[in-house]
Each structure stands twice: as structure tokens, then as C-alpha cells.
Design a protein around this ligand. Structure first.
Ligand SMILES: [Zn+2]
Length: 163
């Protein structure tokens, strides 16, 4: 179980992966230092919005990773049926846009491209393939609701060749 960007807030039981002060220190945008299909759970809370979207539709998603490259990499390290949990400010609220260090924007529809055959054809070089177990939105606390900071959660399962 690994927690991306989790130097200071990885839940118990997770191995944190971050630039510094983590269990595993590395620049995640240059690849995860794990063999393919070896990870059971990848947690990304307040993480994906710090990875930039593709510059345009000719993007090859190479390092340093754009969001598609990052999703491909997460899928690469996950075991078949491994879990990916994402929790990020939704573009349906203010949280996605208020922080100047946010460079990608997410809502429930964002996960269609990684989970639905019809949508994924619009993104070239997309190898990440997931089954959406649950995608939802919520306010994490009354404070978040008061400040219009809605979150989108996604619980996805890696679809991979078991061989
Ligand atoms: Zn890209």
C-alpha cells in the first residue's frame, strides 16, 4: 500500500512516497520506483491536482508525467484488481481553482477516460484501464462546505492481464 505525496499525512499501514521526508523519497513525476504489478493499493489524496494536464492532444505522456502519464504509471505498478483511491478538490467547487499550485482539474467525469471504452478512444497512448467501483462527491467537513470546497473521490480497480 503506497501513499503518493504522503510525506506528512499517510494513514497507518501505507508506505509514503514523496519528494522528501517520506518512506520512499523520489520525484514521482519521473516514475514510481516499483516493479510492475507489485502494489496492492495506491492512495492519492490531494495529489493528482498537482500534476499538470497534457499540453495538447499530441502529448505522448512521457516524463515528467502529465496526468495521463501519471495514471498510466499508477496502473503499471498496481497488481491485477489492485485498488486506486483518488481524493481531490472537484472542479464543481472553488477548491480546484483557488490554489495557485493546482495544475489539473478533476470532477467525476474525469474518470470516464480511464474506465469507459467509449471515452478512452479520445485519449491517445492511454494504457491505464480501471473499473470504477465508486465515484462520488462530498464536502469533507462543514468548513469545506462553508467555503465551497467540494471533493471528488474515486475508488478504481486495476483491470490487467492476470498472466
Ligand atoms: Zn499527456
Amino acid at each position: 500500500m503506497i501513499d503518493l505525496g504522503g510525506a506528512f499525512n499517510a494513514p497507518p499501514g501505507y508506505t509514503s512516497v514523496d519528494l522528501q521526508d517520506a518512506d520512499v523519497n523520489c520525484d514521482i513525476r519521473r516514475g514510481l520506483p516499483f516493479e510492475s504489478s507489485t502494489i496492492g493499493v495506491v492512495r492519492a489524496a490531494d495529489f493528482l491536482e498537482h500534476i499538470p494536464h497534457c499540453a495538447d492532444s499530441s502529448c505522448l505522456h512521457k516524463m515528467p508525467f502529465c496526468t495521463v502519464g501519471m495514471m498510466n504509471e499508477i496502473h503499471r505498478v498496481l497488481a491485477p484488481d489492485g485498488w486506486f483511491f483518488s481524493y481531490t478538490p472537484s472542479s464543481d467547487g472553488r477548491g480546484a481553482f483557488q490554489d495557485p499550485s493546482h495544475c489539473s482539474f478533476w470532477n467525476p467525469n474525469s474518470f470516464w477516460y480511464y474506465t469507459q471504452t467509449h471515452q478512452r478512444q479520445y485519449v491517445r497512448h492511454l494504457s491505464a484501464n480501471f473499473h470504477a467501483e465508486r465515484v462520488w462527491q462530498e464536502y469533507p467537513s462543514p468548513w469545506h462546505e462553508q467555503n465551497h470546497i467540494l471533493y471528488v473521490g474515486a475508488l478504481l480497480r486495476a483491470v490487467k492481464d492476470r498472466n
